[in-house]
Design a protein around this ligand. Sequence first.
Ligand code: FAD
Length: 345
Amino acid sequence: MNLNTAMIPDDRLMPAQAAAVRALIAVAGADRVATDVPLSALGRWRIGGPADIVVTPADAAALGRVLAVIEDLELPRVIIGDGSNLLFDDAGFRGVIVRIGRALGEFELREDGIVDAGAGLWVPTFVRRVIDAGLSGAVHAIGIPGTLGGLVTMNGGSQRRGIGENVVHVDAFDRHGQAHRLDHEALAYSYRASRLQHGDLVVTSVRLRFSPGDRQAMHREARSILRARREKFPKVRANCGSVFVSDPKLYDLIGPPGMAIERAGLKGKAIGGAQLSPDHANFIVNNGGARAQDVLALIRIARDRVAELSGIRMDAEVRHLAPDGTMRPAHQVADHIHVAQYQGT
Ligand SMILES: Cc1cc2nc3c(=O)[nH]c(=O)nc-3n(C[C@H](O)[C@H](O)[C@H](O)COP(=O)(O)OP(=O)(O)OC[C@H]3O[C@@H](n4cnc5c(N)ncnc54)[C@H](O)[C@@H]3O)c2cc1C
């Protein structure tokens, strides 16, 4: 599975864990299961302690079997795509991470602007294929480094658009590996949010509808979006994109979160290895050796100071994974961080 992680021999694992690993190998294959995996290798922030087990199923059928085993053994489990919107905990995760990889990356063009695509498809590839099909409506997502499954879960997009606008339905497994189809209504889309964020369902594929567009004009627009992003966003340093979600009231009062953080005098503020980016204050970059605690402290400080300035508390788009498998927006965890030690740093 290309994680550069040796499997821990059976006799060094706790008996229950060894049994879980054997059961998962039986349904997913030995090369698809890894133990004691540093989460820093799986997330874009390059932060996080070890996960007990990581499974990357080879196809949707294997994914269904993996989920059934995890449920039978009552193991905590979390689904991830490319980890481009996730803050992994310094203490790691005591359960099974199920990674939706490129193997679930099919793309099928149907009639009348309808596209069926796999949850593991890389978003920029998905967008290029939609453009090549002469369909418009996906270009705004061209620069988003994640999987399509992550995108439809986060209702990701740019220019204040979200992919949810185009979703007709998703096919997903429940905790037992049973297949379900959820239509647009059931997905309860709102800005950067969807019902899929409850974490109980695993998206395997997505049906989307687009309208006809001019290929050349869309390719030009895609190039211009990528150019603008390259200029605006931090280069080189590991990051997870925008940390806070834009709030319409804050937008009217001050502007987007990055501007509000800058106005609060925090642009460039560093704690440990983490820093509110000097290029774009709504990004937190890992300058090397950053811990989740550093990122959470910056989130808390930015949220508090912007609230003092505007009366509005910014919510995080980025989600935090706790060692017990609880996944929630990072500000909810940051609110419990003690920041007194960081004041004046
Ligand atoms: C440099 C950079 C720029 C970014 N720019 C943008 C941007 O412009 N707009 C934007 O919206 N986002 C942006 N992001 C954030 C991120 O790329 C998107 O949210 C992306 O869609 C997440 O996809 P992922 O596969 O990495 O999901 P992950 O981060 O792995 O997971 C995100 C959430 O989705 C869930 N999930 C993932 N796959 C599935 C699945 N198959 N079934 C069920 N649940 C699933 C996870 O459990 C988690 O709750 C950016 C990130 C980076 C690093």
